[in-house]
Design a protein around this ligand. Sequence first.
Ligand SMILES: *[C@@H]1O[C@H](CO)[C@@H](O)[C@H](O)[C@H]1NC(C)=O
Ligand SMILES: *[C@@H]1O[C@H](CO)[C@@H](O)[C@H](O)[C@H]1NC(C)=O
Ligand SMILES: *[C@@H]1O[C@H](CO)[C@@H](O)[C@H](O)[C@H]1NC(C)=O
Ligand SMILES: *[C@@H]1O[C@H](CO)[C@@H](O)[C@H](O)[C@H]1NC(C)=O
Ligand SMILES: *[C@@H]1O[C@H](CO)[C@@H](O)[C@H](O)[C@H]1NC(C)=O
Length: 252
Amino acid sequence: MASSSPPQPLLRGLPAAALLLLLLVLAPAADALACSSQNITNSTLYSTCLDLPTLSASLHFSYDRANSSAAVAFVAAPPKGEDGWVAWALNPTATGMFGAQALIAFRDAGVMTVKTYNITNTTVRESPISFETWDRAAEYKSADGTMRIYAKIKLPTGDPAKLNQVWQVGSSVTNGVPDQHAMAAENLGSKGTLDLVAGTGRSPAPAPTLVPTTAPTLAAPPPSGVSRIGEGSNGAFLVLSLAFLVSSFFGF
Ligand SMILES: *[C@@H]1O[C@H](CO)[C@@H](O)[C@H](O)[C@H]1NC(C)=O
Ligand SMILES: *[C@@H]1O[C@H](CO)[C@@H](O)[C@H](O)[C@H]1NC(C)=O
Ligand SMILES: *[C@@H]1O[C@H](CO)[C@@H](O)[C@H](O)[C@H]1NC(C)=O
Ligand SMILES: *[C@@H]1O[C@H](CO)[C@@H](O)[C@H](O)[C@H]1NC(C)=O
Ligand SMILES: *[C@@H]1O[C@H](CO)[C@@H](O)[C@H](O)[C@H]1NC(C)=O
């Protein structure tokens, strides 16, 4: 009676698995522009770099266990160059944008700056955030069109190996306020978990991790330990992300 159990779940999982393999094959080429080649200011501050799974973004970081703090350098390219913005955030209370304690970099009255935002809805306003930051700086590199956020942060209480991070890019800023970002799959899926601890003490950057942990919705993450790659909207998300990565890889 083994034939009575339908093979659908496996079959449904196969295309996503094949795409994941394809993505892993393409990854080294796509990453040639990211982590390793980025000319990060004060690069010795950061022991590890991760290429994030969407928006061609990277995070360089070091974790200071004694101080419960981290040095971070976030790198991404605003879609239309230097008039845009880039954002990186930890979210102590949820997995998406709402609740994110964000650092946003942009050119403000001609000067690259990085400001803090407690994001509660789609209208962002500069405000204090729930953890301390210092040594904040921002740069725009016209050579590769990237903006960088540099900061040291006192980590929120909780496990530094299981942080929720969120990142984003936008193409414009109006009167010192970052405008709404695009709503493409890669913009909605730009979030995941961050393990600062595994990154400490490693000099060579670890292999890029692929962690689109949640579907591009505000829904709760799947139960831990359960692989959902081939299922439902996570599968759709992977396919969309892949479509984006492939098209950007080939320069479409
Ligand atoms: C890296 O950036 C520094 C400071 O902006 C610059 O002096 C140096 O030439 C750059 N190096 C490369 C390889 O781009
Ligand atoms: C780099 O280090 C120097 C010296 O510590 C500091 O003044 C500068 O602000 C740092 N720049 C960045 C972008 O972190
Ligand atoms: C430890 O954290 C504090 C902020 O809480 C900071 O002022 C200080 O410079 C940090 N010390 C080191 C060694 O990083
Ligand atoms: C949206 O967030 C902004 C900035 O935090 C806040 O000033 C505003 O009151 C919020 N609006 C609503 C409708 O909650
Ligand atoms: C961020 O905004 C939320 C909602 O308005 C508020 O409860 C929280 O205290 C704010 N956090 C900080 C650090 O101001």
